[in-house]
Design a protein around this ligand. Structure first.
Ligand SMILES: Nc1nc2c(c(=O)[nH]1)N[C@H]1C(S)=C(S)[C@@H](COP(=O)(O)OP(=O)(O)OC[C@H]3O[C@@H](n4cnc5c(=O)[nH]c(N)nc54)[C@H](O)[C@@H]3O)O[C@H]1N2
Ligand SMILES: Nc1nc2c(c(=O)[nH]1)N[C@H]1C(S)=C(S)[C@@H](COP(=O)(O)OP(=O)(O)OC[C@H]3O[C@@H](n4cnc5c(=O)[nH]c(N)nc54)[C@H](O)[C@@H]3O)O[C@H]1N2
Ligand SMILES: [Mo]
Length: 928
């Protein structure tokens, strides 16, 4: 089955690649064969059920559906014969009989109407279906409307749900004319297990499924009723989905996924329906200055009415006060009394400017950002052993893998679009191994192995797996010899971790460990994905070292379908890190301790001396603030008053600052402590670049204006820089990008104009016209002699283990609908409606012991603090654990968390604290 196929299409000799359909060939030649149930976007399997694309094949009696038929050598196909045209028209006419009239269509610009128009069909002579046979409006979901009177049974929503997003919620019920899509067991959409990815809405060709924001009360709407559509990037997670933002009257009307390299048209609930936070009434629209007579600093400001604490100011005044405060501290106490937190929600250019602002303006490196709380330990281990902190392969490479480990990551909630590719991989027969103490509702059923091991015992489990691979000599000797160092010491070390002994620690049977080890080692191509369950421990770096060693042992790096992939979190955490928002390194991870690096930047930054001493990290900075050693801070797009561990401590620290400048889009908990608040722009209001988890540098295009007097972040940073005496003269993000290229080898061959043209370019990239590399290190590593390294890891217990006073384990994390500290998503109407209340999850048996019903309230207490929160019953949580998301200020998880740090990555142990759980009313039955 190779070689092109030649056939005749409408009298022309044409060629098809093997596997191409007649429809695809025609489409490629600019010929439009009508289509309804066929969606040419990637991921959609042609189904051939609607017969709207019929063509004639010479020698065949029946017309054929061109969307599924593959041409044969010498075939003669006619798309424009009278018979074919007539049949196609007839299909449309029959379907039209049951459509609402075009004037009252749910989507006046529906694909269906375009196809009808294309064929000149304006009315139908067929009888309409009796109204009582059609299901009524389903408006049970806040984000979507289901009007099945427009349904043509084309099955696209089913394929969207089952095959593209692999959520398996929609199915077809009944047969023939009475066949209609249903959710689960014919539940209302809003009560079903639908996760609101909206793929079905995007796929529906008639408007039967529509975004709620596009139809009116009468269910009439028009998807093309917008002023402008702008291609940009989703502002939420590190997957970096490309979106088309439809704008009407300067507001986002709705959002569609487009064919970006990471998302291939798909989106999740946040990317599709979570945009209206940018239009929320709480948006900061004017600079604010703390009033002289404001009460003490605390979490006591109402974002609705901040006038008790703040007053409006002009930009001139606010920038002057903000800059003067920092400059005064610098001259009285020295530059080191200032620190900065930059943002992984802002663009690369903004991150670059921010670190430059601190380094050049205050002559030190005390600048960090949320990567410290996130993958700092993974990056530490990757830098140490691989020589690069980024992923070695895109997550989409799973397409070429046979086996994939997902450890300490919950992608169906946190990287939902990546998860769709993982689920498709499993459906194709790929072996998915999940390692997570919490059972994963979304991915579990797709897993070949689901290892629900004891939290904090990753090293024990992984070392046991590697022990099997070493003892049974399943490792890839050739690879180890050619590309690694330290194997022999590692081999000796790993002998001390036999599965039988490790089973006692991690709770997974030795036989299962063996099975996984053998399968992973013997597979042709394996990938490892990991997340916060690995990194957010005091032994997070050791956890990652094990993952790296495991991949190296098996030679699962540098080939298609292999690789190490820490799933990056924030939309631009990869880019912000690359741009130098890290205290130890300059842009592109060039160490501040290296004099050549400092020389390079002295040159680019016109004489600026870079401090040779690595700066302080997030939690260290907060400690110095608490001790009064750091007196001023500039916080851009971060909310440490919610996201830092032991947050009461962080809040007390923030209250002590004599000068705090916060630049955000909302009056966050952190901004409540500010002296000056600068109103910034949200991502859909900016121009710039961001870099996703796949190392894809992508173009962010401004879709809507900033509200009120709010300004783009880069502009504010530049204005402040000038006021503290720096001679900056950037007047567009592209000038910043050009400067970044002077020191960042990673951006070679990636220019602003190329990004404008291509929207996305992966780094590293070998030429101006060559695509970047999805898989790297096939021919060696950016380390000494091109070799990656085995670094042995020992088993370390968590910093705080359960005892009599705190007998259970608290783990914290995320939920699909909410973003971190909630500042954005609790102000997004759909997301807030779906998940409105602070909650935690406990095993039903634990709840029973506590005497608390599901939905009742529990009190969680750790050595740091206590809070009350609603409890859900969830069998996926182990009986001795409680899972608490950190998005809710009224039950802020970080009041409870332990600030103990990993010694290498300096990341806190968000994933493990000892906790006491009681019924909130006080009559608790103590949990064992
Ligand atoms: N909806 C949503 N998506 C997000 C975010 C968000 O706030 N909301 N944030 C983004 C960011 S910045 C990040 S970093 C990513 C994080 O994405 P993930 O890494 O998926 O995040 P978490 O939910 O914090 O934790 C992942 C898993 O670690 C498991 N875990 C807990 N303890 C252990 C352990 O000891 N060992 C192992 N192996 N696993 C353990 C938990 O059970 C959980 O399932 O998500 C990004 N995406
Ligand atoms: N307990 C617990 N704590 C955790 C974690 C955990 O798993 N458990 N995870 C940690 C991790 S992985 C992370 S990444 C951190 C995240 O911690 P943070 O980064 O502090 O959390 P976010 O809520 O994402 O804060 C982003 C801020 O930027 C603002 N913002 C959004 N867009 C823009 C913009 O374009 N410009 C400006 N100027 N501001 C903008 C938002 O309003 C918000 O205030 O939390 C960490 N904390
Ligand atoms: Mo993160």
């Amino acid at each position: 089955m190779s070689g092109t196929i030649r056939f005749t299409l409408d009298g022309r000799e044409v060629e098809a690649e093997p596997g191409q359909t007649i429809w695809e060939v025609a489409h490629g030649k600019g010929l439009v064969i009508p289509h309804l149930c066929h969606r040419p976007e990637p991921g959609y399997r042609p189904d051939g059920n609607c017969r709207a694309c019929m063509v004639e094949v010479e020698g065949e009696r029946n017309l054929v559906a061109s969307c599924i038929r593959e041409p044969k050598e010498g075939m003669v196909v006619t798309s424009d014969s009278g018979r074919a045209t007539h049949a196609r028209k007839m299909v449309v006419e029959m379907l039209m009989a049951d459509q609402p009239e075009p004037e009252v269509a749910h989507d006046r610009s529906a694909h269906f109407w375009k196809m009808a128009e294309l064929q000149g069909v304006t009315e139908s002579r067929f009888p309409t279906m009796e109204a009582e046979r059609i299901p009524l409006l389903d408006d049970s979901h806040v984000a979507m409307r289901v009007n099945l009177d427009a349904c043509i049974q084309c099955n696209l929503c089913v394929r969207a749900c089952r095959e593209v997003q692999v959520n398996d919620v929609i199915g077809m019920a009944d047969r023939g004319h009475d066949a209609f899509p249903i959710f689960d067991l014919d539940d209302p959409m809003g009560a079903s297990t639908c996760v609101a990815c909206g793929e079905c809405v995007q796929a529906c060709p008639t408007g039967a499924l529509m975004p709620a924001s596009v139809v009116d009360e009468q269910q009439v709407g028009d998807r093309e009723d917008f002023d402008e559509e702008v291609d940009s990037v989703c502002p939420f997670c590190g997957v970096g989905c490309q979106v088309s933002i439809k704008v009407k009257d300067d507001k986002v009307k709705y959002v569609q996924g487009i064919n970006g390299p990471a998302n291939e048209g798909r989106l999740c609930v946040k990317g599709r329906f979570g945009f209206d936070y940018i239009h929320h009434g709480h948006r900061l629209t004017k600079p604010l200055i703390r009033r002289e007579d404001a009460p003490d600093k605390g979490l006591n400001v109402d974002p609705e009415n901040p006038w008790t604490h703040f007053r409006e100011a002009t930009w001139e005044e606010a920038l002057d006060v903000a800059a003067r405060g920092l400059a005064d501290l610098r001259s009285y106490y020295g530059g080191k009394t200032i620190a900065g937190f930059g943002s992984a929600k802002c663009t690369n250019e903004e991150a670059y400017l921010f670190q430059k602002f601190i380094r050049q303006g205050f002559k030190h490196n005390n600048v960090d950002h949320c990567t410290r709380l996130c993958h700092a330990s993974s990056v530490a281990a990757l830098m140490e052993n691989v020589g690069s902190g980024a992923v070695t392969a895109s997550f989409n490479e799973i397409e070429n893998a046979d086996i994939a480990i997902i450890i300490g990551a919950n992608p169906t909630e946190n990287h939902p679009v990546a998860a769709t590719f993982f689920k498709q991989f499993a459906k194709r027969g790929g072996k998915l191994v999940i390692m997570d103490p919490r059972g994963q509702g979304g991915l579990k059923r797709h897993a070949w192995q689901n290892l629900q091991f004891r939290p904090g015992t990753d090293v024990a489990l992984l070392n046991a797996i590697m022990n099997v691979i070493v003892e049974e000599k399943l490792y890839d000797r050739q690879y180890i010899e050619g590309f690694t160092e330290g194997f022999f010491e590692f081999r000796d070390h790993i002998r001390a971790f036999p599965p039988e002994r490790m089973a006692e620690l991690c709770g997974i049977e030795a036989e299962t460990i063996r099975e996984v080890a053998r399968e992973f080692a013997r597979s042709r191509a394996g990938m490892i994905f990991w997340g916060m369950g690995v990194s957010q421990h005091i032994h997070g770096t050791d956890n990652s070292r094990c993952l790296i060693s495991l991949a190296l042992l098996c030679g699962h790096v540098g080939r298609p379908g292999t690789g190490l992939h820490p799933l990056r979190g924030q939309n631009n955490v990869q880019g912000a890190s690359d741009a130098g928002l890290i205290p130890q390194v300059m842009p592109d991870y060039q160490p501040v301790t290296d004099s050549e690096v400092r020389d390079l930047f002295r040159h680019i930054w016109r004489g600026t001396e870079i401090d040779a001493e690595p700066g302080l990290t997030v939690v260290e900075i907060m400690d110095r603030v608490y001790r009064g050693e750091i007196r001023g801070m500039y916080v851009l797009g971060e909310n440490p008053a919610m996201s830092d561990p032991d947050v009461e401590h962080a809040r007390r620290a923030l209250a002590k600052l004599s000068h705090l400048v916060v630049q955000d889009i909302f009056l966050t908990e952190t901004a409540m402590y500010a002296d000056v608040i600068l109103p910034a722009s949200a991502l859909p209001e900016k121009t710039g670049t961001v870099t996703n988890t796949n190392r894809q540098v992508q173009m962010v295009r401004r879709a809507v204006p900033t509200p009120g007097e709010a300004r783009e972040d880069w502009r504010i940073i530049v204005d402040l820089a000038r006021r503290i005496g720096l001679d900056w003269d950037y007047d567009h993000p592209r000038h910043v990008f050009d400067e970044m290229k002077m020191s960042m080898f990673s951006l070679h061959h990636i220019t602003w104009s190329r990004l404008e043209r291509e929207s996305s370019v992966t780094y590293p990239c070998k030429g101006p016209d060559i695509p970047g590399e999805d898989v790297v290190f096939g021919d060696g590593f950016p380390r000494r002699a091109g070799r990656a390294k085995f670094t042995p890891a020992r088993v370390t217990p968590p910093a705080e283990v359960p005892d009599e006073a705190y007998p259970m384990i608290l783990t914290t994390g995320r939920q699909l609908e909410h973003w971190h500290t909630g500042s954005m998503t609790r102000r997004a109407s759909v997301l807030d409606a779906v998940e409105p209340e602070a909650n935690c999850s406990l095993h039903p048996s634990t709840l029973r012991k506590l005497g608390v019903d599901a939905g009742g309230r529990v009190r969680l207490t750790t050595r740091r603090g206590s809070l009350d929160v609603m409890a859900r019953a969830d069998r996926n949580v182990a009986p001795d654990m409680v899972f608490l998301p950190f998005a809710y200020v009224e039950a802020a998880a970080n009041i409870l968390t332990n600030p103990a740090l990993d010694p290498f990555g300096k990341i806190p142990e968000f994933k493990y604290s000892a906790v006491r759980v009681e019924a909130a009313d006080g009559d608790a039955v103590a949990a064992e």
